[in-house]
Write a protein that binds this ligand. Structure first.
Ligand SMILES: CC(C)CCC[C@@H](C)[C@H]1CC[C@H]2[C@@H]3CC=C4C[C@@H](O)CC[C@]4(C)[C@H]3CC[C@]12C
Length: 393
């Protein structure tokens, strides 16, 4: 049984800190225990739950879409693939290269997975990766398009390279007693204009499931589970299957991927998304090495940001969390939340709605609809909401 196996592997990995809450500061142990108890009663959205200070991150979820482009070179080079297979392989490589940043950065920077700041409706995040060696400038636009449930929409474009990504993301969470299962909602569509000529290509990217382990010890980390897919308008499909410690290789953060056309397998890949992966089997040529240095997004100084921009909006809360001044952090957070509640009341009274700045909501995303039809996958619903970028940089 897969579940037993992963639970055992995890227990072994953490045997040095076997007593519950071992990594929790002494004075926050009671708070951690009651947080775990409240997880059991959670109904799918833990973003608004109160958690003890040691587990709080000073970074808002609106910053997370930047993880899609911390290797801007790999992103830009997708359009230089010579044929549809090469371009799909480059899309897969780019997707795999984002995973380490997306799912392990907080552990690396802050010692464990943390609870991000829960964005307010209308929160914005802008960033850029400069043009280096003529690869072109890459721009990022993020907007929080829903607060309940939280949904973040984003748009990333390198005009010169002819590569752009539009997507949105939300999460449904469930507590198993020892781990948090996270199902991601939303999807992304990558549009590529091949440098070799020919029509624009679209790639639908579905999102993997997460399991947050290490909760009991107070040192959460993410393992990816199940699978996700990349479906190209050219008919090529990539499927990525994830396994933790003890499955494909005995190593955590492992994956296997295949590129297929119809029922024909074109190529397979395997390895660790946090390390090295190989073409064919584990003895094949290197496909991707995750030790490649990443480039963090460049953001305007806070003084030059507008009041809805994430780092300016959360400035004092972040300062409080970073400096251990949790009273300040708490007071500022309440001030922001009260202000939001008042806005919603005023809107209701005026029968008006909050207007998105950069995205238009559609009930069924037409690109999703046509690409998911090619994917022949029972787990992928035929329709999903879309947040379409209006083109206003
Ligand atoms: C750490 C424990 C106690 C609290 C858990 C907080 C939850 C809300 C956090 C922990 C890890 C977070 C995820 C980490 C990485 C990503 C990938 C990104 O592309 C979309 C958001 C998403 C999917 C985050 C959603 C929120 C998340 C699930």
């Amino acid at each position: 049984m897969p579940s037993t196996k992963s639970a055992n592997a995890n227990a072994t990995a953490s045997s040095s800190s076997s007593s519950s809450g071992a990594d929790v500061p002494e004075e926050q142990k009671a708070g951690w225990t009651s947080f775990i108890k409240s997880l059991a009663k959670m109904t799918g959205d833990l973003s608004s739950m109160t958690a003890p200070p040691f587990i709080l991150s000073p970074v808002s979820l609106t910053e997370f879409p930047a993880y899609w482009c911390e290797h801007p070179q790999v992103f830009a080079q997708i359009s230089e693939g010579k044929d549809e297979f090469q371009r799909m392989e480059r899309v897969l490589k780019w997707f795999i290269c984002t995973l380490k940043g997306q799912y392990t950065t907080r552990n690396e920077k802050m010692g464990s997975e943390k609870k991000p700041l829960n964005p307010v409706l209308g929160e914005l995040f802008y960033g850029v990766w400069p043009d280096v060696n003529g690869r072109g400038e890459t721009r990022l636009i993020v907007e929080q398009v829903s607060h309940h449930p939280p949904i973040t929409a984003y748009y990333i474009e390198n005009k010169k390279a002819g590569v752009k990504l539009q997507g949105h993301s939300g999460q449904k969470t469930a507590f198993t007693g020892t781990a948090i299962n996270v199902k991601q909602s939303g999807h992304a569509v990558l549009t590529v204009t091949p440098k070799s000529g020919g029509p624009e290509e679209k790639y639908l990217i579905t999102l993997p499931k997460l399991r947050i382990e290490g909760i009991i010890w107070g040192s959460p980390y993410i393992e990816l589970t199940d699978s996700n897919a990349i479906q190209a308008s050219t008919g090529l499909t990539a499927q990525i299957d994830y396994k933790g410690k003890g499955y494909f290789s005995g190593k955590p953060h492992s994956y296997k991927a295949t590129i297929t056309k119809g029922s024909k397998t074109q190529q397979s890949y395997e390895g660790q998304w946090t390390g090295v992966s190989y073409i064919g089997g584990s003895k094949g040529p290197v496909f991707f090495d995750a030790h490649l240095p990443k480039e963090e997004v460049t953001v305007k100084p806070i003084e030059e940001q507008g009041e809805w921009e994430s780092r300016r909006l959360w400035e004092k809360v972040a300062k409080g969390i970073k400096g251990g001044n949790y009273d300040l952090a708490g007071a500022e957070k309440s001030r922001i939340e009260n202000e939001q509640r008042q806005r919603r009341k005023d809107e209701a009274a005026a029968s008006s709605n909050w207007q998105h700045v950069h995205f238009t909501h559609v009930e069924s995303d037409p690109e999703y609809q046509s690409l998911s039809a090619l994917l022949h996958d029972k787990l992928t619903p035929p329709h999903e909401d879309g947040y379409i970028f209006r083109g206003n940089f």
